[in-house]
Design a protein around this ligand. Structure first.
Ligand SMILES: Nc1ncnc2c1ncn2[C@@H]1O[C@H](COP(=O)(O)OP(=O)(O)OP(=O)(O)O)[C@@H](O)[C@H]1O
Length: 269
């Protein structure tokens, strides 16, 4: 990955962003003069107390929300709507896949949004590549209702990846599955990130998950504080759920982030 080969290029540049919402004539300021550079090839997690603006930041980067002022550049272009090369994966996988399509057809749908002129055979081969990548080989003819929650989320991930995005935006993608499935999906996601030339932006409430996955973490303060901590996670890849968690660096970082967010949440409660 880029992050291991010296000085990485900035892929996304957030410059002086202000974001305000108006609700019933009340103004909510989420970001004030927020700036940040996201390195190409990084796995960046965004953490912070509830309501600090994690999802808003992801939506601003994806072009689903517009900054009140300031700019966000992606690959040298100012974002003014959903840019090509970014795909959003939501928490609620059940709402993201088509129940009337099989696994293969769901993934083919992703492919068809990108590549119109490929043969049926070529499309099937490409889909099978991604089905294997997410560990769903043998399930290609199953319908979503015949799969577990974790398997459905794998379908969503494969459908996103087949579009060959430069950036995968994930908003709490594993929060609706049980703890063990989540641990398995975390390892799967890391193995994919290590294989593909992709940058992942990942919103999570779970600092443990953020430390396990990320090369970089930003911790946001209560709105409109914006950036509170900017951390490079110096844990070697490949990581796994047992050895990585045994590391002293893992527990130190996890505790530091947890106490910072917990004290802010407690102050608010
Ligand atoms: N479309 C919107 N209209 C009005 N206010 C909004 C809108 N979207 C977000 N907000 C407000 O912006 C602030 C940040 O919300 P956001 O969802 O980004 O926070 P978050 O850190 O992702 O929260 P959580 O951890 O609880 O999911 C909140 O006060 C929220 O009410």
């Amino acid at each position: 990955m880029q992050i291991e080969t010296g000085r990485p290029k900035t892929l996304i540049h957030i410059e002086g962003v202000n974001k305000e919402f108006s609700v019933n004539k009340n103004k909510i300021t989420v970001f004030e003069n927020f700036s940040y550079k996201i390195p190409e090839g990084s796995f960046l997690s965004i953490v912070g107390p509830s309501g600090c603006g994690k999802s808003t930041l992801l939506k601003l980067i994806s072009g689903l929300e517009t900054p009140t002022s300031g700019t966000i550049n992606f690959d040298g272009q100012v974002i003014s709507g959903p840019p090509k090369g970014m795909i959003y994966v939501f928490q609620q996988y059940t709402k993201s896949i088509f129940p009337w399509y099989t696994v293969l057809e769901n993934i083919e749908f992703g492919l068809n949004t990108q590549k119109k002129n490929i043969s049926k055979q070529e499309a099937k081969e490409r889909c099978m590549e991604y089905i294997k990548l997410v560990g769903l080989e043998g399930y290609e003819d199953y319908y979503p209702s015949q799969l577990s929650g974790g398997m459905q989320q794998r379908v969503v991930i494969a459908r996103a990846l087949i579009c060959e995005p430069k950036v995968l935006l994930m908003d709490e993608p594993f929060s609706a599955v049980d703890a063990m499935t989540r641990a398995i999906l975390q390892e799967l996601l890391l193995s994919i990130w290590e294989k593909l030339p992709i940058t992942i932006l990942f919103v999570t409430h779970d600092v443990d998950e953020a430390v396990f996955l990320s090369s970089h973490i930003i911790s946001l303060g209560k709105a409109p504080i914006g950036l509170k901590e900017d951390i490079v996670v110096n844990l070697p890849y490949p990581r796994n759920q047992i050895d990585t968690r045994k590391s002293k660096h893992f527990t130190t970082m996890q505790l530091k982030l947890f106490s910072s967010i917990f004290s802010q949440e407690k102050g608010q409660a």
